[in-house]
Design a protein around this ligand. Structure first.
Ligand SMILES: NC(=O)c1ccc[n+]([C@@H]2O[C@H](COP(=O)([O-])OP(=O)(O)OC[C@H]3O[C@@H](n4cnc5c(N)ncnc54)[C@H](O)[C@@H]3O)[C@@H](O)[C@H]2O)c1
Length: 271
């Protein structure tokens, strides 16, 4: 048996509805790895698209409409999951909410609160519900999707998002320590700028292409944006028995972004 085997594992991917986003890629990747999946999102249409693509490769997921910032919807999601697939063994938290960027001094309190409600409290609610199930089973793996923004300041109005992600990173470490002896591992993947539908939409803007994109690429030593597919292998690793001693890790999947010196890192001419 492969150390990376996920055959029959019960996996819940939240934020799996984006057609072309990271959650969407992870849902398809876990299905291809043989897992039994529940996929959740507040975007019901996007969720249906992901489900239909999974069916085309021979996997029929349990599809759950859920806004993770609502405690009752999160509870209902886990009830549905238990009564269909059974006890969740792997939880992957992916949702992302980022309204229009504004300078921090113009940020409305309600926008700050909404950002935290989805990007932090929603992750906590899903972790808490999964932990209750995993504790009873004495086994489980939680993968939170963090961000390079949780480790470094991005600017461009990213402050509330960065704060939420930094807290998700710390929540990952805290939960990893709290539940290690119960057989539950909690880790995070830290993406950098990825060519998702959200970023692709910005590429239509000349201003973005001329002024923002070059700055982003200068911070990516591999010289290119990440691809949603880049996260599938690392997520399968963290979910699998191959990572049985990997706990509390914030794993950058960023082409080297976080390894760079903020003052400028240089490579040899021609490389
Ligand atoms: N794309 C990037 O460049 C990048 C960089 C660093 C980190 N990340 C992180 O990766 C993850 C995925 O990012 P993405 O770009 O693929 O996002 P995306 O916008 O493409 O997809 C996010 C999904 O979350 C869903 N969602 C939003 N609010 C929700 C809610 N309240 N309840 C349930 N679902 C909800 C959306 O409907 C969408 O399907 C996020 O956690 C993001 O912070 C992305």
């Amino acid at each position: 048996m492969s150390r990376f085997d996920l055959e029959g594992k019960i996996v819940l991917v939240t934020g799996a509805g984006a057609n072309g986003g990271i959650g969407h890629a992870l849902a398809l990747g876990f299905a291809q790895a043989g897992a039994r999946l529940a996929i959740a999102d507040c975007d019901v249409q996007g969720l249906a698209q992901t489900a239909s693509q999974m069916e085309q490769i021979g996997h029929k997921p349990v599809v759950i409409a859920c806004d993770i910032s609502h405690p009752s919807q999160v509870n209902d999601m886990f009830t549905t999951l238990s009564s269909t697939l059974g006890a969740v063994q792997v939880l992957v938290n992916v949702p992302f909410f980022f309204p229009a960027r504004v300078p921090p001094h113009e940020l409305l309190l309600e926008d700050w609160e909404r950002m935290l409600a989805v990007n932090l409290t929603g992750y906590f609610l899903c972790c808490r519900a999964a932990l209750r199930v995993m504790l009873a089973a004495g086994d489980g793996s939680i993968i939170n999707i963090g961000s390079n923004a949780g480790e470094l300041a991005l600017g461009r109005g990213a402050m509330p998002y960065s704060c939420a992600k930094a807290a998700v990173h710390q929540m990952t470490r805290e939960l990893a320590i709290e539940y290690a002896s119960a057989g539950i591992r909690v880790n995070a993947l830290l993406p950098a700028q990825t060519l998702t539908p959200g970023l692709r939409a910005h590429l239509d803007s000349q201003r973005f292409r001329d002024h923002v994109l070059p700055r982003i690429l200068a911070g990516l030593p591999q010289g290119k944006l990440l691809d949603p597919e880049d996260y599938v292998g690392p997520a399968i690793f963290l979910a699998s028995n191959a990572a049985r001693a990997v706990n509390g890790v914030l794993l950058p999947v960023d082409g080297g972004n976080l390894a760079m010196n903020a003052g400028g890192s240089y490579t040899w001419p021609g490389l």
